[in-house]
Design a protein around this ligand. Structure first.
Ligand SMILES: C[S@@+](CC[C@H](N)C(=O)[O-])C[C@H]1O[C@@H](n2cnc3c(N)ncnc32)[C@H](O)[C@@H]1O
Length: 266
């Protein structure tokens, strides 16, 4: 499968004026964030899928199923090209292939080779390799031509990128006119009472489970903190519309723990 070599950390010259961004609750230089994110996923790649089940008590499966339901890939067998960005170990891609007709082809694009390596092995084991390819690439600078996909999906990925607006502009660029954008991401809890419970669980249980299973509590603390820094449902919907996507709508799942955002290139 084709894979484009990517720099894992930017090499731009630094100066004192360099913009700052957040890495979880830490403020870091913009040029440092992607490298720090890459370290997190390189460390957890081998146990990433098991940890998803443990940390969400299996709920991530229902959220991903809801995403693919809303995508509603065609069952007719017509050609249907999907780009799953930050696709990691391939969960969304395999679900799309299973739900779609024979014409579905999913490109999994991720910046992290360790995550993609797990994905490639899972594709072979699950018999999905005829319909999936794995490509190294940055969501902010996708290695694909304009107007080349019928759908762009991204699950639990966009909060990790340094410049969300650049990733959204790239989503718009690679979609064909009539193409669909669909994002699954942690969001803002909008159910009274659930927020306090969710905070307690996230900040204590998740890093503790992460430390027990992977030996690295810090990586999981980053995951929790990055969730809290991500824009809420309404603000993220406006960012998607600002990128040029139309008919933007969203659905909260599990009281807003996660949200699906949909848009169209028209
Ligand atoms: C939480 S995982 C999600 C994986 C998969 N989509 C899922 O739902 O199971 C986040 C993924 O985003 C990837 N990622 C982080 N920054 C990225 C970037 N700038 N471009 C592409 N992928 C990125 C990470 O390498 C990691 O595989």
């Amino acid at each position: 499968m084709v894979a484009r070599a990517m720099k894992q950390s930017p090499t731009k010259p630094r100066n004192r004026e360099e913009s700052r961004t957040h890495f979880g609750y830490r403020e870091v230089a913009e040029g440092d964030k992607q490298g720090l994110v890459n370290e997190v996923f390189a460390k957890v790649a081998e146990r990433y899928d098991m940890m998803n089940d443990l940390m969400s008590a299996g709920l991530h499966r229902a959220w991903k199923a809801a995403m693919v339901d809303w995508l509603a890939p065609p069952k007719s067998g017509r050609e249907y090209r999907v780009l799953d960005v930050a696709g990691g170990t391939g969960d969304i891609a395999f679900r799309i292939v299973a739900a779609a007709g024979r014409g579905a082809r999913v490109t999994v694009c991720d910046i992290n080779e360790a995550m993609l390596a797990v994905g490639r092995a899972r594709a072979v084991k699950g018999g999905h390799d005829h319909a999936c390819r794995f490509v190294t690439g940055n969501a902010e600078d996708l290695p694909f031509p304009d107007k080349s996909f019928d759908a762009y999906t991204i699950a639990f990925g966009i909060r990790n990128v340094t410049h969300i607006e650049r990733a959204l502009a790239e989503a718009y660029r690679v979609l064909k006119p009539g193409g669909r954008f669909l994002c699954l991401e942690f969001s803002t809890v909008d159910l009274p009472g659930l927020d306090a419970l969710y905070d307690a669980y996230s900040f204590t249980a998740i890093p503790a489970i992460g430390k027990a299973v992977t030996g690295d509590g810090a990586a999981y603390r980053y995951l929790v903190e990055s969730i809290r820094k991500f824009p809420d449902q309404g603000k993220f919907a406006r960012m998607i519309a600002d990128a040029g996507l139309a008919r933007v709508s969203h659905r909260s799942l599990s009281g807003g723990i996660v949200a699906l955002h949909s848009g169209w290139r028209i």
